[in-house]
Design a binder for this molecule. Sequence first.
Ligand SMILES: [Zn+2]
Ligand SMILES: [Zn+2]
Length: 122
Amino acid sequence: MRYLEEMRDHPTVDQIYKVLRRRLPSLSRTSVYNALSTLREAGLVRPFSMDGNETLYDANILDHGHFRCTHCGRIYDFDVKLPEAEQIELKGFKTYRRDVLLWGLCPICAEKPECENIKSIN
Ligand SMILES: [Zn+2]
Ligand SMILES: [Zn+2]
């Protein structure tokens, strides 16, 4: 939890495991999974995914959006109010969470010459 609070970098289980193992050599991957699932059940971390492959863990449990830079891979938080999205109700579906996900170039990468012509992630 302290790691997630300090880093705020939306790590995967593997990233958490690699960093914490340096401090706790006896740590197992299973312990990390178990700790994350306990924190999740307690409502202290929020798992989410930007591309459907990897699960990322977020210690910021307030509603916020995510911007992923497609060049450096960094994920940035931003504040978001969703008055319109909150009104979307699909008939027969039960919505329990709403996310705003954006992809593009962060300010640092947008300045890089090699990124000049990037207009889409495909
Ligand atoms: Zn970037
Ligand atoms: Zn976040």
